[in-house]
Design a protein around this ligand. Sequence first.
Ligand SMILES: O=C(O)[C@H]1O[C@H](OP(=O)(O)OP(=O)(O)OC[C@H]2O[C@@H](n3ccc(=O)[nH]c3=O)[C@H](O)[C@@H]2O)[C@H](O)[C@@H](O)[C@@H]1O
Length: 426
Amino acid sequence: MTPSSELIHRGGGHDAHPAADEAAAATAGHYPSPNKPPHGKAPLPPWLARPLRYVAGEQRLLFTLLGMALASLVFLLAPSSSSSSSSAASVAAVGLAARHSGGSSSVSMGAVARHQGRVPLGLKRKGLRVVVTGGAGFVGSHLVDRLMERGDSVIVVDNLFTGRKENVLHHAGNPRFEMIRHDVVEPILLEVDQIYHLACPASPVHYKHNPVKTIKTNVVGTLNMLGLAKRVGARFLLTSTSEVYGDPLQHPQVETYWGNVNPIGVRSCYDEGKRTAETLTMDYHRGANLEVRIARIFNTYGPRMCIDDGRVVSNFVAQVEGLMKLMEGDHVGPFNLGNPGEFTMLELAKVVQDTIDPNARIEFRPNTADDPHKRKPDITRAKDMLGWEPKISLRKGLPLMVQDFRNRIFGDQQQQHNSKEDAGDH
Ligand SMILES: O=C(O)[C@H]1O[C@H](OP(=O)(O)OP(=O)(O)OC[C@H]2O[C@@H](n3ccc(=O)[nH]c3=O)[C@H](O)[C@@H]2O)[C@H](O)[C@@H](O)[C@@H]1O
């Protein structure tokens, strides 16, 4: 075989590697002369002649055109399914990237995912990403249970001042659940759709313990969470309190009542703190167009309540239902969420005697400073606009809480007793 026939043979047998063939020919010293015009026509430069010959050979051009026509046909016939699945992929990727990135990029990515609106074909609507500050507390942990039940992804942000890990421990290991030990007075960046802001010491024994910290949590903590909501475009719900009415001069209290609060008293860190939190919430709503909701919670009791809480009981944790209705609804509020059933302290003490211990002694002591004399929510607004009202009476609800307290106190004592016995055995 001559070197030139070898070159032709290579060209025909290894079409996929013309460049390699050229290199082989060059090393063999058999590059065709570019200066010899074939059949007297104008010569084609070799960089053009070779690819043209390659494309024209073996009907490759025909096959290429056929392939392109087929691909366009498929694309035209199935435009919606292919485009929605690709958008689904991009949304999923965006969600993932957004959770793992910080800075401003996560903000815009979150916005893309959130405003996607349409659910891609064949995909179930994904649950929301929700932050619950104070989610390890009494009300917060019951809210977390409901959100998890609904299929949401929940992040609890709590500094565990009065909350307990045990309140949410049953969700540990669930990939939709996360708990971050964090104090809301420090900023935090999370990519979420909704923020339930509950973090705050709520009972007088706790909020009076460190009043400066209490007001800081209410003001700086709320500012931080509002800032987060603004940044990621999340809906924000504040759990305010009946304490914003102070020692009310109007009875029962309607949401339009402005309250009677001592600004310099021992309870002011909480009362004024929550009032400022409400002000901040409304300012962000008006000034930054933030979607906000405000609930004013009246005294609540139930399982998981702090054993040394000491607040007067009036309502069961079914209030959580009210919080969720408020978040999902169209009304900003504020809404009173509480039980309008009224009773005196003496009546309450007697219910406690009947349900818990008939031998419990009733003591009469002077009231603490600025303690409200009377309080009763008017819940007309919540009934009409949220379709919410409390369902469990004190006599029915109290035994449920008592059972939980018994388990925790006597269960703990039983555990200590058992471990002492175990230690004695060794
Ligand atoms: O009834 C009300 O008005 C109150 O109801 C709930 O409070 P609650 O669940 O009853 O009280 P806790 O069990 O003490 O829960 C508060 C949670 O906030 C957390 N917390 C407290 C203080 C703080 O600085 N940061 C913080 O994360 C605590 O650890 C705890 O988990 C809400 O959390 C309060 O915002 C609301 O004012």
